[in-house]
Design a protein around this ligand. Structure first.
Ligand SMILES: Nc1nc2c(ncn2[C@@H]2O[C@H](COP(=O)(O)OP(=O)(O)OP(=O)(O)O)[C@@H](O)[C@H]2O)c(=O)[nH]1
Ligand SMILES: [Mg+2]
Length: 495
């Protein structure tokens, strides 16, 4: 049966509301025109509201049918890296659309690496300062290659030379650029953090893409040569690259500094200083110094591998929505929730617990490391505590839990360096300190908690992996048989 519209219902002459809405008998033509206009506006607004409700209902239905996965784990466990692997494997066009944004992040990562390097040099100069005495002059001690002239003069005993000092001075031109970019990414402060940070929902990819596009359109006209000479010429004062032409343009300034960056990083005296200060920059998240010659080039484009390795600390919870282009279930809609893993972020996880089919829990077997936010807490112990909470949560009783024992490459390197598990985990005892035994030991611990603490029996899915390796991760994501209610089996092994 056709239903009457709201406005036609008002035409019933016996209805008191209709009577109240009737125009006055002496209505002037102007009043009538105004009344009709008001009616039209009201109909338009009502239609807009109906359309919005229909859209929201459609989005709700779509989301209900979509595959929803939550990535959990402590900070630096590899959640965002796993997300990038999902996008690369199943939604490459979405992944590639974000290339420009990632370029700026990788440049920022490189600048952070350089900042750490410069800090190490500064520490070396400061820790090797001595004051001359008449005796030291007699022995000819002083700055490398020079002899102090009179008692009471402070000098460095370090092997670092004046040339290192000059390079450091020139490279300090990169620091204001980093400050500017970080202010744009995180206006309420983030420069103090070790990593590049972004706040979920802040639209940071849009912000950095726009920056990257602006700077690449500037590409051909950016006066890199004058900038290089400006940098080379300034030996004692900080170069003026905070100049408006350059402050938003990491590409130009990095290109101008490229030779200095490569020279400094490859210098054996600098490497000795890093060793002496126990600084392994190569273990830092977002380490790109080995690729500085390529990344600091004026025509640099981020590769897939660079993007996967780039480090951005997640603050809050980011929802990523995409349609699977290839893989087991093409055309399906996916929602992946990527959370910040540091302790202060964990209270934001709970609202997402009742809406996801599967959780991928990332746990690097970092038995010898401590949390950045609380250096008293062992990372692996923290992961196990978190895993126990997730397993025992009543809200997650029906959720499939998939454990990724991640960063196996780092575990391999740690064991190869002779670091013994028993020193950090006494219960490991005198079992062999090799990858197979160590992995089995910890995997059994995770499995035991899963079995004992799950509110209802459920299968245990796990992978030993290095999600930084896109090929092997794609094999995990795409290759398996589906035995769980999520596509393409992100969980191929079970018990
Ligand atoms: N060597 C190695 N590095 C990895 C692996 N997985 C991730 N990483 C690196 O570890 C760092 C942290 O990874 P993310 O994916 O950003 O960690 P996250 O869990 O999202 O961290 P938060 O956002 O702080 O919670 C990045 O620099 C990654 O490149 C791995 O399997 N091996
Ligand atoms: Mg993250």
């Amino acid at each position: 049966m056709a239903s009457k519209s709201f406005w036609s219902q008002q035409q019933d002459p016996d209805d008191p509301l209709s009577q109240a809405l009737q125009p006055p008998l002496d209505e002037s033509p102007e009043d009538r025109a105004a009344r009709l206009r008001q009616q039209e506006d009201a109909i338009r607004v009502s239609k807009e509201i109906d359309d919005d409700i229909a859209l929201a209902r459609k989005a709700y239905e779509r989301r209900k049918k979509a595959i929803k996965i939550l990535l959990l784990g402590q900070a630096e466990s590899g959640k965002s890296t796993t997300l990038k692997n999902f996008q690369l494997a199943f939604s490459p066009s979405h992944f590639h659309k974000e290339r420009a944004a990632w370029k700026t992040i990788i440049q920022l990562n490189l600048i952070r690496n350089i900042k750490r390097l410069l800090e190490a040099l500064q520490e070396e100069w400061e820790s090797s300062l001595q004051t001359t005495t008449a005796a030291s002059i007699a022995k000819g001690k002083g700055v490398a290659g020079r002899t102090p002239s009179s008692p009471g003069v402070r000098f460095s005993t370090s092997k670092l030379t004046d040339n290192h000092r000059r390079i450091r001075m020139r490279l300090s031109a990169l620091l204001p650029i980093e400050d500017e970019l970080m202010k744009k990414l995180l206006p309420d402060g983030g420069a103090a953090n070790k990593d590049v940070c972004v706040r979920a929902g802040s639209g940071w990819k849009g912000i950095v893409s726009a920056l990257s596009e602006n700077t690449s359109t500037l590409g051909p006209v950016v006066p890199v040569k004058p900038l290089v000479s400006a940098l080379k010429g300034s030996s004692n004062s900080r170069p003026n690259t905070a100049d408006a032409r350059f402050k938003d343009n990491p590409t130009a300034v990095l290109a101008a500094c490229k030779d200095d960056i490569v020279t400094l990083w490859e210098d054996h005296i600098v490497q000795d200083v890093l060793k002496k200060h126990n600084m392994r920059l190569q273990d830092m998240p977002g380490f790109f110094l080995n690729d500085a010659g390529r990344i600091a080039a004026i025509n640099y484009e981020a590769t897939d591998d660079d993007i996967v390795r780039a480090r951005v600390r997640t603050l809050g919870v980011e929802e990523h929505h995409f349609t699977m282009e290839s893989g087991a279930l093409p055309g399906t809609e996916w929602y992946i929730y990527d959370v910040g893993g540091s302790r202060s972020c964990r209270q934001h996880w709970i609202p997402f617990f009742d809406d996801v089919q599967a959780i991928i829990f990332l746990a690097p077997l970092a038995f010898n490391l401590t949390l950045e936010e609380d250096p008293k807490v062992n990372r692996l112990e923290d992961s196990i505590t978190l895993w126990r909470e997730v397993c025992s949560s009543a809200l997650l009783a029906k959720t499939t839990l998939i454990l990724f024992l991640n960063k196996m490459d780092i575990l391999q390197a740690t064991l190869a360096a002779g670091i013994r598990v028993v020193k950090y985990v006494p219960s490991y005892g005198d079992q062999p300190n090799d990858i197979a035994n160590v992995t089995k030991y910890f995997r059994d611990k995770f499995r035991g908690y899963h079995k004992r603490l799950s509110p209802k029996a459920r299968p245990f899915y796990w992978h030993e992996t290095s999600v930084i390796d896109t090929r092997s991760t794609a094999a995990i994501l795409v290759g398996g048989k589906s035995r769980v209610p999520i596509p393409a089996s992100v969980a191929v092994r079970w018990e």
